[in-house]
Design a protein around this ligand. Structure first.
Ligand code: ZN
Length: 133
C-alpha cells in the first residue's frame, strides 16, 4: 500500500542557487545535502510540514537528471510515495500491468530503499516508491 507522499523531487541545474531561491520562499533553517552515487545526483532537501522538497541536480552527464534537464528543463521531476515494502509493492504493481523502471529496490537518499515506475504507465508522471530502511 502507498501510504503518503514522502517527497517531491525537483530537477535543478545549480544546487547552491536553487537552495537560495527556495530559502526565500520557505524560510527553512535546516537543509540536508547528500550525494546519491547510485542515482548520480546530489540532493538538498528541506521539510514543509511532513513532506520533503528534494532539490536534485546531476553529478555527471550520465545522470538521469542530466537527460531530464536537457529534454524538459528545470521543474518537478517526480513524486515519491512511501510504502512499508518496496519490493512487495513492485510485485503488486507489476501484476497490475504497471511498467517499472526498477524491478527491485535500489538505494536512495535519506537511507531509503526506492524504485521508480515508468512514466509511460502513469500518464507522464514519474512516480517513486520508497521505504525507510
Ligand atoms: Zn526521490
Amino acid at each position: 500500500m502507498l501510504k503518503s507522499i514522502n517527497h517531491i523531487g525537483i530537477a535543478v541545474k545549480n544546487l547552491d542557487e536553487s537552495i537560495e531561491t527556495f530559502r526565500k520562499i520557505f524560510a527553512f533553517e535546516n537543509i540536508h545535502r547528500e550525494i546519491v552515487v547510485e542515482q548520480k545526483v546530489e540532493i538538498a532537501s528541506f521539510k514543509v510540514g511532513e513532506i520533503l522538497i528534494e532539490l536534485t541536480s546531476p553529478i555527471n552527464e550520465n545522470s538521469p537528471i542530466s537527460k531530464f534537464l536537457e529534454k524538459k528543463g528545470e521543474g518537478i521531476h517526480h513524486i515519491a510515495f512511501e510504502t512499508d515494502d518496496v519490493n512487495k509493492e513492485l510485485e503488486r504493481l507489476s501484476d497490475e500491468g504497471v511498467q517499472l523502471i526498477n524491478k527491485s529496490a535500489t538505494d536512495g537518499a535519506h537511507n531509503m530503499k526506492i524504485a521508480f515506475l515508468h512514466p509511460k504507465s502513469t500518464n507522464g508522471v514519474l512516480i517513486e516508491i520508497c521505504q525507510k530502511k
